[in-house]
Design a protein around this ligand. Structure first.
Ligand code: 7TS
Length: 404
């Protein structure tokens, strides 16, 4: 059992009022709030060991380098990567995905195919489209059903020897559906395709095991898992990271530079050009420690209770429809009310202190599938409560009355 009030006390922002009302923060899918221990660790870095990494022999540079590499090691253990050098620091999921698509530009041929799913965030669609435009390869899409679940029989039909990459998110940001990624990875590998998993929405809720999944790449953002913004991780299997060319050229990613030829550094530095977000990378390790102390099993169990409670309470509202009704879901409820634009509900409940996201959630193909402009999305974290859900339900009812 989690002591939610004790956990809430770790997050200073949660005791704020917004528009004169206690803040109810249900926009965790966009970014999570940060516990004091994470905020303190960021400050402590700048107060005590700020220096550039991997370059100075001086003590501070060594301390900063050690702290950065210790954090990489924590991530390695957290996601069960085989080697720490398979863990690349990035600025977020978007950066990680673009690093991979950039690399595939020198691998794909016009006869090749890339498969994405219909549940993707734009950041796992557009880079692959750009890659296909550049290489002449064809983009194919795994369709979904009315519940927001991917149709695996259709995936089987589009998967072939031509498929070179398959990419899918672990959990959909717009609907909260948890995808059957293990089965997708195994099927893709059977035809020799590489697989990238977009884990942006998964890492706040679960601990991915990249060796067990056997994915080739797993990208995620630190800011959605209690870490600082501008941090992220791209896990890549050693074989693939060695095969892909560097993403950016610059300092730190080289072995030797002459005007005739430059040779590249070994992993992971080959993909880490320039001065990174050193403080952020270090503090991401603090955030991971914090989450592990709470325990992902506890988090999942509690968030599932919140999901069930919110679903039941919201469905009491007349004319309310939930999108993403598949069985396997994370703590996200996306909904609309008959005849009312999601933006209008979002704006009114904001005045009542309730923070939700409204709109297409950077997943326009999903909205097109349901023929809607967007949804109201409440995404819950382990620090949210049933009382907050009650407050949201009352606020939505009030907005409905005002708008009908
Ligand atoms: N992939 C998924 C599944 C996401 O949900 C997001 C961000 C990204 C990729 C991009 O992550 P970034 O950290 O690089 O920006 N999703 C959301 C969201 O649902 N609301 O705001 C951002």
């Amino acid at each position: 059992m989690l002591d939610i009030q004790k956990i809430r006390a770790d997050f200073p922002i949660l005791s704020q009022t917004v528009n004169g009302k206690p803040l109810v923060y249900f926009d965790n899918g966009a970014t999570s709030q940060k516990p004091q221990i994470v905020i303190d660790a960021e400050v402590k870095y700048y107060q005590e060991i700020n220096a550039n990494i991997h370059r100075g022999v001086h003590t501070l540079s060594q301390l900063a380098t050690d702290a950065y590499e210790i954090s990489r090691g924590k991530v390695k253990v957290h996601i069960n990567a085989k080697h720490a050098y398979e863990v690349l620091f990035t600025s977020g999921t978007t950066h990680g995905i673009n690093l991979v698509t950039n690399g595939f530009a020198s691998i794909l041929k016009p006869s090749d195919e890339v498969i994405v799913s219909s549940l993707e965030h734009h950041s796992n669609i557009v880079p692959w489209q750009m890659l296909c435009e550049k290489t002449g390869a064809t983009l194919k899409v795994i369709p979904m059903n009315e519940h927001g679940e991917l149709i695996l029989e259709e995936f089987d039909k589009i998967l072939s020897e031509k498929t070179k990459v398959v990419t899918v998110n672990h959990i959909s940001n717009a609907l909260g559906i948890i995808n059957p990624i293990k089965s997708i990875i195994d099927k893709a590998h059977a035809v020799g395709a590489a697989v990238l998993i977009d884990g942006a929405q998964a890492v706040p809720h679960l601990k991915p095991n990249v060796q067990e999944l056997d994915c080739d790449f797993y990208a995620f953002s630190g800011h959605k898992m209690c870490g600082p913004t501008g941090t992220g991780i791209l896990y890549g299997k050693e074989e693939w990271l060695n095969k892909l060319p560097p993403y950016q050229g610059g300092g730190e990613m080289i072995k030797e530079v002459t005007f005739e030829k430059t040779t590249y550094a070994d992993l992971p530095h080959k993909f880490e050009a320039g001065t990174p977000n050193i403080a952020g990378g270090i503090v991401l390790g603090t955030a991971i420690d914090y989450l592990n102390n709470i325990g992902f099993e506890n988090i999942q169990q509690y968030e599932h209770e919140l999901l069930e409670y919110a679903t039941k309470r919201l469905l009491e509202i007349e004319g309310l429809r939930i999108y993403g009704t598949g069985k396997n879901k994370a703590s996200v409820v996306s909904f609309n009310i008959d005849g009312i634009h999601p933006y209008d509900i979002g704006s009114i409940i904001d005045k009542l202190g309730i923070a939700v996201r409204t709109g297409h959630h950077c997943a326009q193909p999903i909205m097109n599938f349901f023929c809607i402009p967007g949804t109201i999305r409440a995404s819950f974290s382990f620090y949210n409560t049933k009382e907050e859900i009650d407050a949201m339900v009352e606020a939505v009812k009030k907005a409905q009355t005002m708008l009908s």
